[in-house]
Every structure is written in structure tokens, then in C-alpha cells.
Design a binder for this molecule. Sequence first.
Ligand code: CU
Length: 453
Amino acid sequence: MRLLLAAALLAGGAPLAAQTMPDMPGMAMPANPVATGRDGGAMADMGGMDHMQMALAALGPYAMAREASGTSWQPDVSTHDGLHGEAGGWTLMLHGYLDGVHTDQTGPRGRDRAFVAGHVMGMAARDLSDRDRLSFHIALSPDPLMGSQGYPLLLASGETADGRTPLIDRQHPHDLFSEVSVSLSHRVGDHTSIFVYAGLPGEPAFGPPAYLHRQSVMDDPEAPISHHWLDSTHISEGVVTFGATADTSVGAVKVEVSRFRGREPDQNRFDIETPNLDSTAVRVAWNPTRTLSLQTSYAHQISPEQLDPADNLDRWSASAIYTQPVGIDGGFWATTFAWGRRIVIEAGGERRPALDAFVLESAIHFDRRWTIFGRAERVDNDELLLPPGAVADGPALTVGKVSLGGIRDFPLAKHLAFGLGTVVSRNLTPAGLDPSYGGDRTSAVGFVRVKLL
Ligand SMILES: [Cu+2]
């Protein structure tokens, strides 16, 4: 599949014709995007029109801008930076950025570290007939280069560096192959479709878009501490999703069901693991307007933890993303409110108390140069204070984090920007945790970024 995708991306040898992505708030969507035609160089004739607004989505007869990571949705007015083009009947896209980060996490458990993070994603799509559309996605992460321990991130937990001890107060590295997927959608009417999506790895139908793809947080180089409540399944080693979409008079609706591998990726970040489709996810998404995207989802995840394999997990999530165009040059203001719940089911069937996470995050991008972002999180975490020798199931502690940051981009070339950014965060922990998190609670990050525009 990877070879196929590479071939598709290189098809015809035509260079990607990059386009800027001006926002067109007043532009009405064509009643039937299929009829706008996407063959040959049709796109090249559209001048300043927003390519993402016009290009057809992977999963149904609507504009591509609605689609985020995996099969998730975001508001229709969302914008994407990157290179976009056409070659040999294929619609091609390349998104990506690399962050060079230095983090200074303070307090007794804090550490300093410099690391590289980011991701690169390629997409190739074409129509097989006037009703069927085929899309490939491949996403690569440089995270394995940061080492098996990932990077210091107070109050974060999840996965393992060595197969024996859990990663606590650290963000795990992502796998080199963070998505290799294919989807096929079939239009059953002018405004309805059914689709199938398969990934190895891929993202099942759970949660809001993964944070690396959420406009309200994607410019922040630090992972949210709520990652393992909301969107940690974004790299699942085996996913098959069936779904249906409909654009109706009360907005757009999507219903989908996934089977996926429940086990989180192991510490070998360069491999592809065995796709054992043992877990289930269900999601209902609703975009009532072009600026609002809602979803609620449930997953039953079999044996997610390598270190505690007897435990299963019930997960719930609900989220709302509101995005408003700002200015006329691709600016946006995107805000997400999300809730995620984890309920561990022990081997005997006993359910541990629910652990909730709430996040409110917002980013505003304006003048094509500036992005300012902020985030507040509140998480019930039972892995921060594990008894000696234990690998899971410690006392549940409610912790929080607020952060504020920004990045200023400078154009390097026509489609490449260099950015300088910073993030300042404050950890909020109960007094009982002072031996671990007390003292200076303010952490700081400085970063540089190269990004495709
Ligand atoms: Cu992740």
C-alpha cells in the first residue's frame, strides 16, 4: 500500500502546483461538488479560490476542508496549509512541519530537553467513476529520532519506553508510520455517501481530530496532557471503518463504526505491528453549520496497555469545534471544547472509577504571520503516583494545566515558512502532590519551525 501511495504521489512526475489558501467566507458551496469537475488542470483555473473548499473530500460529496485526521470532521470553513496539485487525474496534497523544540519543565519531576517533533502527510485521491472516490493517506513522524523516552511533559502519561516501565511526566514518541490508509467512498445520492476506510496504522472513529490536526492546538509543539483521554487512538495498528454521510437541511451528519487494534503502539517506533481487530468504536458527527463541528463517540478497547494487558477500557468522548474565518488571507480563529472519559475494566470485570478529562483550547491565526494559542486542561489521572513496582492503577488525582503561546512565521520561500515560537505553561496540582510537582510550577518552551505553506 505504501508503494502504491508513493507511486500515486509521483504519478506523472508533475510538480505539485501549490496554491495559497485564501479564505472565502462568502463563497457558497456548489450544490453538487461532483459537478464542478476536478479533471486535468481544472483546479489551476480557479485562481484565488480556496482549493480545500473546492476539492472533493475522501469520504463523501462535500468539500475536503471538512475532513481532518482519520475519518474525523472539523468545521467546513477550516483551512489547511500545504502543497496542493493535480497529476494524471489524481488530486495530491502534501502537508508538513518540523519543530525544533527546547523544553524546560520545572519542579522536582521536571526535566530539560531539546528534541525534534512534527509530521508530514501526503494524500492522493482520484475518482474511479462518477460515484466512487479512492484516497490514500500516508503520514510520517520524526518522533522516533527523539529516543524511546519521548520528551519531558509534566502530568502526561501513557505508553512505555522499554516494555517494562510506564512513561510518566513524558510524552511518548509517535511511530514513524503514523498513518498508512486507504478509503473508498461511494456516492448514493447528490448529498449522501457510504464509505470504507482501512489503515495500518490508522485512526478509528473515536474522539475529535487528533491534536496534530486540530487547528485550535496544532501550532503548539507540546502534546496535550489529555491526549490519552481524547485522541490517543490516532495511531492504531489496524483499523477498518464503515460509515455513511449525508448533507441535510439541518447540517451534515456522519455515522461510523470501526473495528481496530486496541493495544497501543509498543516501544518499537519504526515498525508496523500486527493488526488484530479486537476493539470497537462508534462515532456520530454533526456539522450543523459551516463553522461548527460536533461529535460524540464511544470505544471499547481491548487490552490497550502493554504493561497491564488484562485490563480493558471503555471510552467516551464528546467535542465541539467552532471555527471562524479571520480576515481575507487564510486567517482563522478555532476553538475546541472536548471531554473524554476512560473507565478501566479489570480482568474480573470490575469497573474502576471513571477518569475524565476536559480541554478548552483556542488558536487565532492572522496576517499570515502570527498564531496565538492557549489551552486549559483538567484531567483525572491514576498513573502519576504509582505504588513502588506498580505499572498502572494508582490513586486517581485531578490535575490541570494552562498554557499560552504563539509563533511568528517568516516566509523562507514561496511555500516554506520559518517560525519562531514560545509556550509558557502552569501546572495545577493538589497540595498533596507538592513533593512531586511543587515549587516552580511554570514551564517554558522555545521552538523553531519549518512549515509547508
Ligand atoms: Cu499521539
